[in-house]
Design a protein around this ligand. Structure first.
Ligand SMILES: [Zn+2]
Length: 140
């Protein structure tokens, strides 16, 4: 289960990439020179999108639960992931990027919204001039 939500090309990320591509958006993937290596980068819009697995990024939601074995190891690991996320987020905003985070629980969980609705929210954000930092998450 954990291996299934790790790293690049996780399922929610693929869903989002495909849907945005179908709507005509083009983006670059996992740019190593940007803080936090954003999953999708929309250069001309100065916007990046992260698709975060709730376990690895320690999201406060029902998908996150510390494993009962090696609990200290996982607690430390996830705390350091969270620390990195905060630093990347701060740096991106400071250098003029807009940052949208889509959490796994927004796409796949019992509290998920229809994927099309999530995509609409992403598109609205990309096209709008609202908050420079936005989170889309499940409804719990
Ligand atoms: Zn979550």
């Amino acid at each position: 289960m954990m291996s299934g939500i790790r790293g690049k090309d996780t399922k929610p990320e693929l869903l989002i990439r495909k849907a945005l591509y179908a709507r005509g958006y083009r983006y670059r993937l996992h740019i190593a020179t940007l803080p936090g290596k954003p999953d999708l980068c929309f250069g001309p819009l100065r916007s990046v999108v992260f698709v975060n697995g709730c376990f690895w990024h320690g999201h406060q939601c029902h998908l996150f639960r510390l494993p009962k074995t090696r609990t200290d190891f996982w607690a430390e690991k996830i705390a350091s992931n969270q620390q990195r996320d905060i630093q990347a987020h701060t740096k991106l905003l400071a250098s003029g990027w807009r940052v949208l985070r889509v959490w796994e629980c927004a796409i796949k969980s019992r509290h998920a919204q229809p994927t099309a609705q999530v995509i609409d929210m992403i598109v609205d954000w990309l096209e709008g001039d609202g908050d420079r930092s936005v989170d889309i998450r499940g409804t719990n």
